[in-house]
Ligand binder design. Structure first.
Ligand SMILES: [Fe+2]
Ligand SMILES: [Fe+2]
Length: 289
């Protein structure tokens, strides 16, 4: 099973409208995903779907994502608004007032969490949501993928990170740690690819379809704005997660990898012999040599 991930779409940033940069970027992502071979089975859109949680932006989101050739699962980010989202997606699954749900009809079970805490950038996961997760995890031992907007890890990028001592992170971690069938936690929010350990599994953060946060592990002095770059534009990022039946393999790239980089090798007759040699080596290895 192949799962694409898009995150932090932030539609409605700046001028808004059909021709805003983030709408253009999302249309490019949709085109890229539709042209992928093999084609992903589904798309996860992991929050910050809009920048201001406004109705025109959610309508624009639907108009653009309706062009996807595969189904899409949503989760809420700190820039989202549940009630406005539901006006545009009235059939979106909700439980206890949160956009939290289980998907049970796929080779990999998917649990989508809702970490939106209205008024906070840093997210939340209160007792009712924790109880919901406990109940879902108690239902099944199947390999399970947890999906949420906020990665509950110290990323080292201080201004964007979730405090590792935050109460909601401390509430979530032991629940995750008690279940060794969680193959990974997929998240967004930080606008760049990051991987870390959490509760005995991995948290994997997907780059944004919007501009990326700069890789900068040097903490900022909040009393001294030093003009350093914080956010940079570039091709929209995407994630591609392959469930091979044993492990979830995550790839992160952007929508213009081949356009941006100089191609140094192509599959030509010249490469054919080398590839045959590698295939032979694999076959020998499988035969125990
Ligand atoms: Fe975001
Ligand atoms: Fe966010």
């Amino acid at each position: 099973m192949l799962i694409a991930q898009i995150t932090d779409l932030h539609l409605g940033f700046g001028s808004g409208g059909d021709f805003e940069d983030n709408a253009k970027r999302l249309r490019l992502v949709v085109k890229t995903l539709n042209e992928l071979a093999p084609r992903p089975d589904l798309v996860l859109a992991t929050g910050d779907l809009t920048d201001h949680g406004d109705l025109p932006s959610y309508k624009r989101l639907k108009k653009i994502l309706d062009k996807l050739a595969m189904p899409v699962l949503f989760c809420m980010g700190n820039h989202d608004n549940r009630d406005v989202f539901r006006q545009v997606y009235p059939n979106a699954p909700f439980s206890g007032g949160f956009n939290q749900y289980a998907v049970d009809n796929l080779p990999l079970r998917i649990l989508v969490l809702d970490t939106l805490e209205t008024g906070r950038h840093g997210g939340g996961f209160d007792e009712p949501r924790a109880a919901w997760l406990e109940q879902r995890l108690a239902e099944s031992d199947r390999p399970t993928l947890v999906v949420m907007h906020h990665p509950p890890i110290d990323t080292g990028i201080e201004w964007m990170t979730i405090g590792p001592s935050e109460a909601w992170v401390a509430r979530l971690e032991p629940i995750v740690a008690r279940h060794n069938n969680i193959v990974a936690i997929l998240a967004g929010h930080v606008h760049r690819p990051i991987i870390s350990a959490f509760g005995g599994t991995t948290v994997r953060v997907c780059p944004s379809t919007q501009p990326q946060v700069v890789l900068d592990l040097d903490p900022m002095n909040l009393d001294n704005p030093d003009d350093r770059p914080m956010i940079v534009a570039g091709p929209p990022g995407i994630g591609l997660h392959w469930w091979n039946g044993k492990a979830l393999v995550s790839h992160y790239t952007d929508t213009d990898e081949q356009g941006r980089a100089k191609i140094l090798a192509r599959y030509t007759v010249k490469m054919q012999g080398f590839l045959k040699h590698l295939a032979h080596e694999r076959a020998e290895g499988s035969a125990g040599h």
